[in-house]
Design a protein around this ligand. Structure first.
Ligand code: ZN
Length: 138
């Protein structure tokens, strides 16, 4: 599998505007955009740090996985995402190795990326996202 960089770290927050006071105000990392992913019932804000990003995630509905996460565990790191060149082949490779997947096939994530989640049961307890960016197959 051709993994490249840590694409982003997803952080579950109660309130993006409030969190930006720290990320932008205190750390000086500029928010590059906010996007709502209807499918996941979340609003996301991207804060690029070189090739990687911090992704702040705020629930837009009580049924959002982010709302449930915060309810159970409080705000904090929700997932990490590793960028791959070819998500389809990465998934089939993991399947062959007996890794438990949440998403059996790629789906559209924020920023136009194709993503798939790997189950924490197979990763030592973290939610892992694999992400393939448009135009990143080089
Ligand atoms: Zn993510």
């Amino acid at each position: 599998m051709n993994t490249t960089v840590v694409d982003h770290i997803g952080i579950a927050v109660q309130d993006i505007e409030e969190s930006l006071k720290f990320w932008e105000g205190a750390l000086g990392i500029k928010c590059a955009g906010v996007e709502t992913v209807e499918d996941q019932k979340v609003k996301t804000a991207f804060l690029p740090i070189k090739e990687s990003e911090v992704e702040l995630l705020e629930a837009t509905s009580p049924e959002s996985p982010i709302a449930k996460f915060i309810e159970k565990r409080g705000e904090g790191i929700h997932h990490i995402a590793i960028r791959v060149d070819d998500l389809e082949s990465a998934l089939s490779e993991l399947r062959q190795k007996g890794v438990r997947l949440i998403d059996e096939s790629p789906r559209l994530g924020a920023g136009g990326a194709m993503i798939a989640f790997v189950h924490p049961k197979s990763t030592g307890g973290i939610l892992l996202e694999l992400s393939q960016r448009q135009g990143s197959a080089d």
